[in-house]
Design a protein around this ligand. Sequence first.
Ligand code: GLN
Length: 486
Amino acid sequence: MTALHTLSLIGIRDMLAKGEASPTQAVEASLARIAETEPKIRACLTVCEKEARAEAACLESDGPDPSKPLWGVPMTLKDMLCAKGVRTTAASRMLENFVPPYDAFVVRRLKEAGAIIVAKTNMDEFGMGASTEFSAFGATANPWDTSCVPGGSSGGAAASVVAQQAYGALGSDSGGSIRQPAALCGCVGIKPTYGRVSRYGAIAYGSSFDQVGPLARKVADCAQMLSVIAGYDPQDATSVDHHVDDYVAAAQRRDLSGVTLGLPREYWSEGLAPEVALACRTAVEQARVLGAKVVDISMQHLPYSVAAYYILTSAEASTNLARFDGLRYGLREEGRDLLATYTASRSLGFGEEVKRRILFGAYTLSSRYYDAYYTKAAQVRRLIQRDFQVALEHCDALLAPASPVTAWKFGAFLGEPLAVYKMDMLTSSLNLAGLPGLSLPVGLGADSKLPIGMQIFGRAFDEAGIIGIGAALETVLPPIGSPTSI
Ligand code: GLN
């Protein structure tokens, strides 16, 4: 019999539903795999062994339930999603001992669908980073090469599914944090449309950017997870009451006839490693073979995305993180008066990158510089949104590489924050526009032998469209396999 941990999410789900494996067996397979791989990859901040075993036993006593599409399936959660009674840190000292009294909306939905949470995964502190090196609790390693980063900020999520610790993971994406680690680790990730998935109980970074979404080994796995977490939630003021399409059916698509795909020139030009350009171009050829019409387009404001993204998200982060004042939540370092308590708690609780962004954000929001930075960036955001709108009038979806390079070595950019910010050049525009995107593994680099991902961008609320395109392409691209060294 194939080892359970090697199955896809749909694979294990179907076995569980038919009674060919039990939730306890699935959970034990996950926990064994966590024990085996954690010393090398360190993807998890908290392993929920006791809770997972209890939940498996509880599901088992009731027997398979066809109304629960994730019945008995082990999953991981990025550690910025609140799970009742389980430590939730956002990888920050500030929240090192925070145990939420409630479940995030998406966590409740997963549980209601029968999923079992086996671990909370590592990330860049509060979602700020692209390598998971900015976690207060140490870096996660890439399962393909443990001397390399897994990407970020959902690096632990991507590493956990690729190392087969779990069948699916929830991450969050404010500027690429689902798509980029999915690309660097070699799994599928979906950033839904802004407002598609509730953020109730998700620890905020940049509120007009953040979206929660799935990472898993196959497109159909992500489609299944998305169908569980998508939908209106009155507890999140930005949640949109929009029809939820049948994503599972969309993942059955096998040809691309009648589909027009745009290649925005600005994403395919300078700055791409040759092996990335080659693998993505080969995938585009496959799309053509499947019947898609591929057109070259231009979106002239894309080169300004990274600048606009960092100005706006840092401004939002500086206000969002003001709540961590040493009084109401998290770490408190007592000072001789109120101001000293604020200062001491925040100095101790936040890491260097988080402090950098709070300072930067407070600066751009200051009355003297507000117009020069914040207002200007908001105007650029509007122009980028318009570029997407125009492009998606003629094209059903757009294609772009997910990262200019494959996974890099630990410490390669330490002390060079701007070099890391530039890594978001292919992903952050989508969050500025609020649109959905899927990252699909398209091959291993000819030189690096590390995974390469390509993004598929769609119209607002057309997750079904990009899932269909991703699923069709996935069936014709040679599978990249799994890392063998861990
Ligand atoms: N790399 C980006 C940043 O550092 C993206 C983060 C995210 O999507 N959460 O902000």
